[in-house]
Each structure stands twice: as C-alpha cells, then as structure tokens.
Design a protein around this ligand. Structure first.
Ligand code: SAM
Length: 282
C-alpha cells in the first residue's frame, strides 16, 4: 500500500514540487511517506481558523493552512506551498481528519455571468485569471484527497448549495475512486443559519467521514436573515436577480457553534478508530 503511494507520488507530483521537497529519487519520496505521522486535524483554506481552534481546544494536534498566513508557503498555487501542503497531508494519522474550505466565489450562481461556468462547462471562462486559479486549486485539492485516501485519513469539503465545484472533472474523478477504507464519498446538507450564521446559508458538506450523511444536526432557521450580504430584485423582464454586496466576503466564516459541533464529531471519529485498534490488538 505504502509502495503504491510512493510510486504514485513519484509519477504524478509536479516536478517543481518534487524539487521543493528535495525528492530526487523514489527513496527520497519513500522517506517522506514513512516520516512519523502526528497530526490529528488539518484545515486547508482555513480563513479565520475557527474550526482549527475548536479542534485544538478539544486537545487534538492540529495545523492550519491559508494564503493569508503565509503568501508563499501556504499558497496552494506555488510549488513551495503545494510541497508544504503535501507534507501536511502525509503527516495526518490514520483516522484523523482533513478539512477544505475551497473558495466558492467562482463556483456559485451569483458569479456565473462572468465565470461562464455551467454543469456542461464547469471549467468556465479560462481566459479569466480568477477562474484559472480556482480551477488549479480544485486540481490540487483533488491531489491531496488522493493522498488522504491512500492514508485512510477522513476528509471533508464545504461549499454553498448548488456550487459547481462537484461538476469539475477532478472532483468527478475523485468521487469515483476515492474511498477511505470502506467509506465512500457522501454528502450532508446543512443550514449554517441553524448554527447562528447571519444568513440561512444552505451548505453542503461532502467527503469521506464516518456517519457523514446524518452526523450534523440541522434545521431550517426560524429567524429572518440579518445580513445585508446580497440584494435581490426582479428585473424589467420579470427575472429574479441577485448580486453580492461588500459584506458578502465576511459571510464565508464558519460560526463558532458549527465549529464546536464539528470538532466533537472529528474527535469522536478518531477515538472510535483508536478504540477499534485497541480491541483488535488486545
Ligand atoms: C471560503 S474561504 C474559507 C473561510 C473559512 N471556512 C472560515 O471559516 O473563515 C477560502 C479561503 O481560501 C484562502 N485561499 C484562497 N486562495 C488560496 C491559495 N491559493 N492558497 C491557500 N489559501 C487560499 C482564502 O484566504 C480564504 O481564507
């Protein structure tokens, strides 16, 4: 199994990234793969890092990763940043969890006018830099998911409902082949508003995580939306339209209550696997 991963990394990891990792031979890759695994949770594209903080407060060994923390070494689009991301993926223990808050701005319906993304052409208008970069981030996240599947590490991605991220070719491939042990790719719909978000924010969690399909409690929020993150109107042709306002960016942050619930689930999944290993070895 480990040798499969070594061979796969040697073949598929971009050469510039291999150079950054000082992987000059398969033996170097093997040493990277065999390095001690210590982390129990990693949050890529973590923004505020509320989720990492909640996991750390429960005693998990955690790391976070976001371009705002280091514009080179935590940038998925640089060789140094991607090399660091691969090292992190290889450092997570079996049964640990990886989280990806992939930027959604070019995948949501509000931006389809300029991104030109659609279910048939999810890659959209690649003449635009923001679209090309978002596509590259998705390819690189799919690469990390492949590593995590080899290592039996749980993973979860979060996107607003109706995001076109899942239609991207790299995600379709990952959906077909990535399993974590017997766990398949699953989805869970939640309302972020249920956890105190200022918008109702219908959201999808997708990944390989125990009990994923039912684990997160959710109810349609009863409160009205309190944010002015977007405006809606009916245009002269009678079509319902909407557009983001300046406050939209701030709505991407996870509410603390969501992070607390999620951190407890992540810890429970890890403990269940450890107990299972204890019983088997007893
Ligand atoms: C949707 S936000 C995640 C928000 C997060 N869930 C929170 O609770 O704050 C996406 C994040 O991806 C980060 N990001 C965008 N491009 C990146 C890149 N090339 N490498 C690493 N992080 C990047 C942004 O800085 C942003 O924090």
């Amino acid at each position: 199994m480990e040798e499969d991963l070594v061979a796969w990394l040697w073949c598929h990891c971009p050469k510039g990234v291999q150079q950054q990792s000082q992987w000059r031979s398969r033996a170097d890759v093997r040493a990277g793969v065999q390095a001690v695994r210590t982390l129990q949770f990693v949050e890529w594209l973590c923004g505020t890092g509320n989720l990492t903080t909640a996991c750390s407060q429960l005693g998990l060994r955690v790391k976070w990763y976001d371009i705002t923390l280091d514009s080179v070494k935590m940038n998925l689009l640089t060789n140094a940043g991607f090399a660091a991301a691969i090292r992190l993926a290889l450092s997570i223990v079996m049964g640990g969890t990886a989280w990806f808050g992939v930027p959604c701005s070019t995948f949501v319906f509000m931006s389809r006018g300029h991104t030109k993304r659609s279910r048939r052409f999810p890659k959209g208008n690649t003449k635009r830099k923001d679209v090309r970069q978002a596509n590259e981030i998705v390819d690189r996240v799919a690469f990390l998911i492949d590593i995590l599947a080899h290592r039996k590490v749980h993973w979860i991605m979060e996107q607003p409902l109706n995001s076109l991220l899942w239609a991207m070719p790299a995600m379709r491939r990952a959906q077909k082949k990535c399993r974590v042990g017997s766990l398949k790719w699953q989805r869970r719909f939640i309302w972020m508003g249920h956890y105190g978000h200022s918008l109702w924010k219908p959201t999808e969690l997708v990944g390989c995580f125990p009990g994923m399909a039912t684990a997160w409690p959710t109810k349609r929020p009863s409160k009205r939306e309190t944010s002015s993150a977007y405006r809606q109107w009916v245009d002269s042709n009678g079509r319902r339209r909407s557009a983001g306002r300046a406050g939209l960016k701030a709505t991407e942050h996870y509410p603390v209550a969501f992070c607390d619930v999620t951190a407890r689930l992540i810890k429970a999944a890890l403990q269940a696997l450890q107990e299972c290993a204890d019983i088997t070895s007893a």
